[in-house]
Design a binder for this molecule. Sequence first.
Ligand SMILES: [Zn+2]
Length: 169
Amino acid sequence: MIRPILRHGAEVLHAPAAPVVDVTPDVQTLIDDMIQTMYAAPGIGLAATQVGVAKRIFVADISVGRNAADLVAFINPEFVERDGMQLEDEGCLSVPGFNATVARPSRVVLKGLDRHGHEQTIEGTGLLARCFQHEMDHLDGMVFVDRLRGLQKDLIVRKIKKLARLGKW
Ligand SMILES: [Zn+2]
């Protein structure tokens, strides 16, 4: 089932998510729905908080469905390693219409559970590293706009508030 994607301003997007205690059938259904929602958007990653569930789960596929091996589901992910630096343009399904350059490490290693509750460790470089960090931010209640500074951040936040006032957000 495709779930509605919440936008910047929704409370659940701005608060840290709680760890998953048990990988229950409900968690399986949530992950299935998140994958479907991510592909329908389309996007390369989606965190549970974006569909209104305050749990530490995200899905990602930098091939957007073109390569089945690229589909990743992470439950309770944690950083094991982070190094390097990359500067690339970034956007978010919860902040449609806005993009900005965000500095991120160029390589990360994440450890957590896969969708069946088995331990997994995955290394990401380049776009996958960026995607992993973007989704990890969501689980900590942070949106990419929060990573921006000064004028750039103010401008986006002001535009969002204006759209919200006009009922267009
Ligand atoms: Zn996002």
